[in-house]
Design a protein around this ligand. Sequence first.
Ligand code: 5AD
Length: 337
Amino acid sequence: MSNIDLIDRLAADGVLAEEEFTELLATYTAADRDYAAALAYRIARGQFGTQLHAWGVIDLTNHCSKDCFYCGLCRSNEALERYRLSTEDVLRCCAEGHDLGIRTFVLQAAEDPEFGDDVADDLIWRVRKGFPDSAIALSFGERSRAAYQRYFDAGADRYLLRHETADAEHFAQLHPRRSTLANRIRCLEDLKSIGFETGCGMMVGTPYQTPLRLARDLLFIADFDPALVTVGPFLPSSSTKFTGSPAGSVEKTLFMLSLVRIILPDADLPVMTSIATAHPRGREMAVMAGANVVLPNLTPPADRAKYSLYDGRVTLGRDAAEGLTILMKRMAAIGYT
Ligand code: 5AD
């Protein structure tokens, strides 16, 4: 079967066999990528029209107790200046975003022990009370089921926790031994059963990734059926174990994004900052490949650069308002509002 036939079958069935995904990922050409992108674009247009949603991201804290081998926020990165926003700071960011028309807030935090469940619960409730017309998405990492339940009860709607890789051995090559794929999956299952619109996702081009391992990511996504998926390229970060590893390919990232869109026609697929960092037209390319959400950053400009998951993380504009204006102009240029 040709790769074009495989892509058509994926569109018809929503999944392929592991060997077929692997074959596709090992042998695709530029023409196959274009074919998948065109199909994914049509699906997204059919689902969402020409409107993109803008979710405002607030990076709450870059203190982290974890030591993931790829991440610039890892505990052992002593070169990084750490910060933590106060609840008042966060509410101010939300108010600024709300004035700009943003109605979804993504509260994102590294795994900061000081940002415990009581603080988180209180913050979520205050955002819920202050902005009752807005959706609240969380990305606080691996926590207990009881904690997730509290966040949900406090008013959060969505939770994003990348699975990173659906291959247990690969997961172990990217994380210290006390982090396991089994616990990630446990968290994702808990989140979904509590009622969150749950998101998973992965980096493309991490060390030790293979076509088979990417095939397992797609199988996991097809099976888990998340409401949202984030896909971005791996970008090396100084002061991590993977310093000097090559960056993930932009083309392969876009191909994966298109395949995810074909698998999940109505899922939210945000344009990640990593793709914008990897390519100057990365945002536009991701929309043309099936993405439907953009993520303007509402973090106070003074702290933004410190949320350095990888080197050179781009920011659009000097502040939230300027960033959103630039983003709106650029998306208007490709036919979106
Ligand atoms: N390159 C790209 N993405 C990264 N992340 C962490 N480090 C990197 C990197 N070097 C992503 C991970 C994690 C999220 C917080 O950021 O996928 O889930």
